[in-house]
Design a protein around this ligand. Structure first.
Ligand code: S3P
Length: 439
C-alpha cells in the first residue's frame, strides 16, 4: 500500500493549455486479461500505469504469463491460450480494484485450479455476491468472506454451464464476470441488462476473435472458441478527463484542450449533464482509435445552473458523481441526484464522503438513500477527507480551485490507482495543488 499523503489545493486560475490524461482503466484491465488468454503475442499501447491495472498485470504474471514493459504505457503480452494459466502459488492481490476482482472471479471460475482473490481494506468491504451469485448458478464453486465480501476462494469446478442472466443492478463488472466465465462454459451465456453499461468486454472479445453477439443492454456468447492475439490501443480515460472538464468549466477565463479522450457513449453521461447545466464543451477531430470513438475536447469557462440529473443518464456517468457534486456545488440553484444508490458501494460511500466534504466547505447538501440534493453557492476553504477514494480526492482538488481559501484534502495516495501523475498534470494546466505529508 502507498504511504499516506495529503494535498493542498489553492484557489487558482485561469486554466490553460493542452492536457493528455492517462489511458482508460477499464480497457487496460481487459486488454491484459484477454491478451493473457489469447494465442500469440499482443501489444497494448496507452496502457494505464495505475496501481489497479498493474495489479491485474502482476496477477497474470503470477499465473505464468510473460508480460514485458518495453516502455511506459506499453505492454507486450505473451498469451498462453484459454487453458494455459498456471496455478498461482499465493493469493492474488487485486489491491483497490473492484474491476480486477470481479472480472477475475469470472475468469478464474473456469480454471482447473484453485485460486484466492484478495484486496485492500476498501475492496474488502465491497459486495461480491453480485458476481459470486450468478457464477455459482453457472457451476462455479466460490467461497467468500463475511457478508459475501472478499477474500474469494475459487475452487476448481468440474465444469461450467451457460446461463441467461439479468443483473438486478446495471453493472459492467457483473456482466463482464459472467461473460468471461462463459468462455469456459458449455452452451450459451447471455446477459440482459436493466440499463446498458460499458461494452468494452464485448468489443474486446470480438477484437480477439471470439464470436459474440451484442447490442446495448444485451450480450450472448458460447464457450469452446479461441482468442487470437491482437494489438490494443487504449484511449485516454474519460473519467480522468472529467476532472479537467469540470475544472475548466468552473474557473473563469479558462480554456483547456483535452487530447484524444475516449467517448464511448456508455461513459459520457457527464457531458450530457454538464451541457444541461450550461457548460461549453466542444468536440474536435472526432475519430476512431482502436475501435473506440475519441475526440479532442475543448472546454471553456461557463456559468452553471442546477439541474435534476436525468435518472436514465446515471449509469453512463456512474464514476463521475464525485466531480458532478463539485460542479453542482458551484452552480446557481439546486441540483438533484436520484437513482444512484450504487455510489454507496464504490471505493468509498461516495454520497457520504462528498456530502461531508462539501458541507465542510460551506455548501448545503442533503443526502438521500440514492443520491443527494446540492444547493449551489460559494465554497470556503477547509479540511476535507477523501476517505482514501481516488475520485473523491481529485474532485476536492477541483473544489479547491474555486474555494475562497485553500482546501486541504486528507488521504490522497490512492489517486495512483487510476491517475498517476495527477498533481503534475494539474500543475501544468494551472492548478496550485501540492502534495504534503499528513499532519
Ligand atoms: C467498471 C464498471 C463500473 C465502474 C468501474 C469500472 C468496469 O462499475 O464504476 O469504475 O471497468 O467494468 P460497476 O460495474 O460496479 O458499475
Amino acid at each position: 500500500m502507498s504511504t499516506r499523503v495529503d494535498w493542498i489545493s489553492h484557489p487558482a486560475g485561469p486554466l490553460r493549455g493542452d492536457v493528455v490524461v492517462p489511458g482508460d482503466k477499464s480497457i487496460s484491465h481487459r486488454a491484459i486479461m484477454l491478451a493473457a488468454l489469447a494465442e500469440g503475442i499482443s501489444h497494448v499501447s496507452g496502457f494505464l500505469e495505475g496501481e489497479d491495472t498493474r495489479a491485474t498485470a502482476a496477477i497474470f504474471r503470477a499465473m505464468g504469463v510473460a508480460i514485458e514493459t518495453p516502455s511506459a504505457s506499453q505492454r507486450i503480452v505473451h498469451g498462453v491460450g484459454l487453458r494455459g494459466l498456471a496455478e498461482p502459488g499465493a493469493a492474488l492481490d487485486c489491491g483497490n480494484s473492484g474491476t480486477g476482482m470481479r472480472l477475475l472471479a469470472g475468469l478464474l471460475a473456469g480454471q482447473r485450479f484453485d485460486s484466492t482473490l484478495i484486496g485492500d481494506e476498501s475492496l474488502t468491504r465491497r459486495p461480491m455476491f453480485r458476481v459470486t451469485g450468478p457464477l455459482s448458478a453457472m457451476g462455479a464453486r466460490i467461497e467468500s468472506g463475511e457478508g459475501g465480501r472478499p477474500p474469494l476462494h475459487i475452487r476448481c469446478a468440474s465444469g461450467l454451464w451457460g446461463i441467461r442472466y439479468t443483473p438486478p443492478v446495471a453493472s459492467a463488472q457483473v456482466k463482464s464476470a459472467i461473460l468471461l466465465a462463459g468462455l469456459y462454459a458449455d452452451g450459451d451465456t447471455e446477459v440482459h441488462e436493466p440499463h446498458p453499461t460499458r461494452d468494452y468486454t464485448e468489443r474486446m472479445l470480438a477484437a480477439f476473435g471470439w464470436p459474440i453477439a451484442f447490442e446495448p443492454g444485451r450480450a450472448r456468447l458460447s464457450g469452446g472458441h479461441h482468442l487470437r492475439a491482437t494489438d490494443v490501443v487504449v484511449p485516454a480515460d474519460f473519467s480522468s478527463a472529467a476532472f479537467f472538464i469540470v475544472a475548466a468549466t468552473l474557473v473563469p477565463d479558462s480554456r483547456l484542450l483535452l487530447r484524444a479522450v475516449g467517448l464511448n457513449p456508455r461513459r459520457t453521461g457527464l457531458l450530457a449533464a454538464l451541457r444541461l447545466m450550461g457548460a461549453d464543451i466542444r468536440e474536435h477531430d472526432a475519430r476512431e482509435q482502436g475501435g473506440e470513438r475519441v475526440a479532442d475536447l475543448e472546454v471553456r469557462h461557463a456559468r452553471l445552473r442546477g439541474i435534476e440529473v436525468p435518472v436514465e443518464v446515471v449509469p453512463d456517468m456512474i464514476d463521475e458523481f464525485p466531480i458532478l457534486f463539485v460542479a453542482a456545488a458551484a452552480a446557481q440553484g439546486t441540483t438533484t441526484v436520484r437513482g444512484a444508490a450504487e455510489l454507496r458501494v464504490k471505493e468509498s460511500d461516495r454520497i457520504a464522503v462528498m456530502a461531508k466534504g462539501l458541507i465542510e466547505l460551506g455548501v448545503r447538501v442533503e443526502e438521500t438513500p440514492d443520491g443527494a440534493v446540492i444547493h449551489g453557492g460559494r465554497l470556503r476553504g477547509g479540511v476535507v477527507d477523501s476517505a482514501g477514494d481516488h475520485r473523491c480526492a481529485m474532485s476536492f482538488a477541483v473544489a479547491g480551485l474555486i474555494a475562497h481559501d485553500a482546501v486541504r484534502i486528507a488521504d490522497c495516495a490512492n489517486v495512483a490507482t487510476s491517475f498517476p501523475g495527477f498533481v503534475e498534470i494539474t500543475q501544468s494546466a494551472g492548478f496550485l495543488l501540492n502534495a504534503v505529508a499528513p499532519d
